[in-house]
Design a binder for this molecule. Structure first.
Ligand SMILES: Nc1ncnc2c1ncn2[C@@H]1O[C@H](COP(=O)(O)OP(=O)(O)OP(=O)(O)O)[C@@H](O)[C@H]1O
Ligand SMILES: [Mg+2]
Length: 263
């Protein structure tokens, strides 16, 4: 009974509608995993440079939605438009080519490889020389660019040759964020990036996301902690049981109202 009243607090006709030119827009996304329906027909959008906080209870469908946007999974049905064109995001490579960068706390990097190598994973610059027909990676260029990027994000005390396994959770996030900055991604997706981070590291990650916004790079930020998302978000989207239950500008709501909705 209480749940019904809560969901009516944000009726669908009051959901924020996309502008004429959203960066990404999904229409009627449905996802079945066997007999489990993870998404029941979700409309979602993000404007260029906008920070969207994605919240909701365990199993609500948040990760499923962003896996579809990052090419890690494909929808059962529904449409996705990126910069006005309908797209089929078949793989993470396709997503990256569009300018969608995704950060999962531990899986987006290869721990045993250096910061520099991790920055360029899948997009390594080549020297122009070939060995047995295979291009040779330009190690120097990777290290030079990584050094510059690390300076930008304030990780200068670390050499680009440091392996990622020696970094803290927050520092790993910073490398991933440096990667998004370097490749001029248009949209950064972060799925629970602040899990297991210290307060200080969490604040750093939140600062980076806000900084990316200043550079025109938008984010979709999933977190269970509204106190992390709320200060930096422009808009909050809440999900429950595979559906969107709220889509509201931060300026039109409060942490208290949202907390009531999702817990
Ligand atoms: N690979 C999969 N196979 C089967 N079921 C899945 C799979 N991935 C997700 N699901 C199911 O889909 C539903 C939505 O899961 P999803 O991971 O999107 O939730 P979530 O909102 O990210 O939750 P959490 O906050 O716990 O991370 C859940 O019922 C989940 O069990
Ligand atoms: Mg999840």
């Amino acid at each position: 009974m209480v749940a019904v009243i809560k969901e009516h607090a944000f009726p669908p006709e009051q959901f924020v509608k996309p502008s004429a030119n959203p960066l990404v827009r999904c229409e009627g996304l449905v996802k079945w995993y066997g007999s489990v329906q993870a998404l029941t027909g979700v409309d979602f959008h993000a404007e260029p440079g906008e920070i969207v906080g994605l919240v909701g209870d365990n199993g609500a469908g948040k990760s499923t939605l962003i896996k579809i946007l990052s090419g890690a999974d494909t929808p059962t049905s529904g449409k996705i438009y990126f910069a006005g064109k309908e797209v089929s995001i078949r793989s993470p490579k396709v997503a990256m080519a569009l300018g969608i960068e995704t950060i999962y706390q531990y899986t987006a990097m290869v721990p045993a490889m250096s910061i520099a190598r991790n920055m360029f994973i899948g997009r390594e610059p080549l020297t122009g020389f070939k060995l047995g027909g295979i291009g040779i990676m330009d190690q120097k260029s990777m290290v030079d660019h990584a050094t510059k990027s690390l300076t930008n994000i304030d990780l200068t005390q670390r050499s680009p040759n440091t392996t990622v396994e020696e970094l803290s959770g927050g520092q790993r996030q910073a490398v991933a964020i440096a990667r998004a900055m370097y490749f001029k991604s248009q949209l950064l997706i972060l799925d629970e990036p602040t899990n297991h981070l210290s307060v200080k590291e969490t604040n750093k990650v939140l600062d980076y996301v806000a900084e990316l916004k200043d550079q025109g790079i938008g984010s979709i930020f999933i977190s269970h902690n509204l106190h992390h998302i709320f200060p930096i978000a422009d808009r909050i989207v809440a999900m429950a049981r595979g559906a969107k239950i709220a889509d509201i500008r931060k300026s039109d709501t409060t942490i208290e109202a949202l907390t009531d909705l999702i817990v």
